[in-house]
Design a protein around this ligand. Structure first.
Ligand code: GLU
Length: 514
């Protein structure tokens, strides 16, 4: 077993967009595979045609790509050994195994219609047994190949009466399996029902198709969300019945992702309702046309999104939080995945983005910004703006949100002025600009020097005129070093802004002194 090449699969059903929980499952599979030089496989589980959603598969593939979770095998890839990778294209494979289960006495035909099942449930409810199940106790009262005579069964088959195939759960047996995250799990078969494994429409159900494909695709580890833990005992049983026990993959069920207040599982509906995206990329519902926001469109870096997801349930056991995907691959282990639900914190996602933004070089950020936006400035100018803005930015759009770097601000906000303007300083301000006019160097250093000398000569504090200079040049009350801003804008532009705005301050100054 230990010599088998590690092979894991991400097996979503294309019933809609993947939310971040789905991507986290894909990520943990990917990290595990890459850590062990194994294969990461994408399998589309589309046996339930009724729940198929147009565009969902494309969305899944695009999301994985955006996150950088490159697959080794999957739909659309050439040279894939174990394909096809869509269950709808593997339909012909499954029946043989259902027949094998019937032959070995571990499954049976069931002819009960949905009405039969419904009336049985109603009867049970009336008799105060609301949790009626099709199981080892009740199966004899139902219409199936175990309760009906051989002739009757043959007749029904001949008449092409629709039937399902159900697994025959033995009575009172403990099923034990080891979960890599949860440890030993023991479930008694008395608590399990005879699940349908093959449907009347000749399609296998999830349970059967899932384990057959895991077997045929030589999957070594099943890493999936906690919501599948209740299905695992049935899967273990099916491996046993099919004689594949030795090749059964190891199981690891990941903890739930909880809402920010810790109150229940984070759901697809929580996203825009609580003001943050739950989807990796934007999703437009093909039916309603409703658009749900995505991390990509909100300006998150995929590296930051992936880093944030990795910490939803996993931690490296030390204080480090900022990780590249390569470092995650190095440090990831299933042992360090927790059992209890991981609370999602939207503020922390922003923090991760900020950290990854700081890790990027200014030139890289400049090039990304220029590729996505029409910015009519040189790379070197943009790099300098980025240098000034980086410490305050969370998203790359924050780096260029201060438009005064790129255009003369004519829309000065009167309110900001009134609030921040230090009155009775206009004379000083003008005098300072006169001095600046003489500065041929015009570097942050030379400007600061002039400024320091000026305030000490006038015996005033920095705060007496600095806020006003900032208002004049940028229209803002706060921002990065004004001396740096002045150097960047250049002497000509600084003087132009001063002159252009002088009428504005004079009017305001008079108004304030009235
Ligand atoms: N198709 C299942 C899903 O939608 C896969 C569960 C599993 O990984 O076994 O999540």
């Amino acid at each position: 077993m230990s010599e088998r090449k590690i092979r894991v699969r991400f097996a979503p059903s294309p019933t809609g967009p993947l939310h971040m929980g789905g991507i986290r499952t894909a990520l943990f599979n990917y990290l595990y595979a890459k850590k062990h030089q194994g294969d990461f496989i994408l399998r589309i589980e589309d046996t339930d045609q009724a729940r198929y959603v147009e565009g969902a598969e494309k969305y899944i593939i695009e999301s994985l790509k955006w996150c950088g979770l490159e697959m080794d095998e999957g739909p659309f890839l050439k040279n894939s050994l174990h394909g096809p990778y869509r269950q709808s294209e593997r339909k012909h494979l499954y029946r043989e195994y259902a027949d094998q289960l019937i032959l070995s006495g571990n499954a049976y035909y069931a002819f009960d219609t949905s009405e039969d099942l419904e009336s049985m449930r109603l009867l049970a409810k009336k008799a105060n047994m609301p949790n009626w199940q099709y199981n080892s106790i009740t199966r004899n009262t139902m219409k199936n190949s175990l309760s009906l005579s051989k002739d009757d069964v043959e007749k029904r088959m001949k008449n092409k009466e629709p039937y399902t195939i159900r697994v025959k759960m033995p009575r009172d047996q403990d099923i034990r399996f080891y979960d890599e995250i949860r440890g030993w799990v023991i479930v008694n078969t008395n608590n399990m029902d005879d699940k349908v494994i093959f449907k009347a429409d000749s399609m296998p159900t999830y349970h059967l198709a899932n384990i057959i494909d895991d077997y045929l695709m030589k999957i070594t580890h099943v890493i999936r969300g906690e919501e599948w833990l209740p299905s695992a005992p049935l899967h273990v049983m099916l491996y046993k019945f099919l004689g594949w026990e030795k090749l059964m993959p190891k199981f690891a069920h990941l903890p739930l992702i909880l809402k920010p207040d810790g109150n229940g599982k984070l759901s697809k509906r929580d996203g825009d309702r609580l003001g943050f995206p739950v989807f990796p990329i934007e999703w437009k519902d093909p039916g309603s046309g409703e658009v749900s926001s995505g991390y990509r469109e909100k300006g998150y870096f995929p590296e930051a999104f992936v880093n944030m997801l990795a910490f939803l349930g996993w931690n490296p056991g030390n204080a480090r939080e900022v990780y590249s995907i390569d470092d995650l691959i190095k440090d990831f282990t299933l042992e360090r995945v927790g059992k209890s639900g991981a609370k999602f914190d939207p503020e922390k996602s922003k923090w991760f983005n900020q950290q990854h933004l700081r890790l990027k070089s200014n030139i890289e950020l400049a090039q990304q910004l220029k590729a996505n936006l029409e910015l009519d400035v040189s790379d070197s100018y943009l790099v300098k703006v980025i240098e000034l803005m980086k410490e305050r930015a969370t998203f790359s759009s924050d780096l260029i949100s201060d438009r005064y770097f790129f255009e003369s601000t004519d829309d000065y906000n009167q309110k900001t002025f009134k609030k921040k303007w230090k009155s009775n300083t206009l004379g000083l301000v003008k005098e300072f600009f006169m001095l600046l006019k003489e500065d041929d160097e015009f570097t942050a250093f030379s400007i600061e020097n002039i400024f320091q000398k000026f305030i000490s000569k006038k015996e005033i504090g920095m705060g007496t005129i600095l806020p006003n200079l900032r208002l004049i040049l940028t229209g803002k009350g706060v921002g990065p070093s004004l001396f740096e801003i002045m150097e960047l804008l250049g002497k000509e532009e600084v003087m132009r802004r001063h002159e252009k705005k002088s009428i504005f301050f004079e009017e305001l100054f008079l108004e304030n002194s009235n």
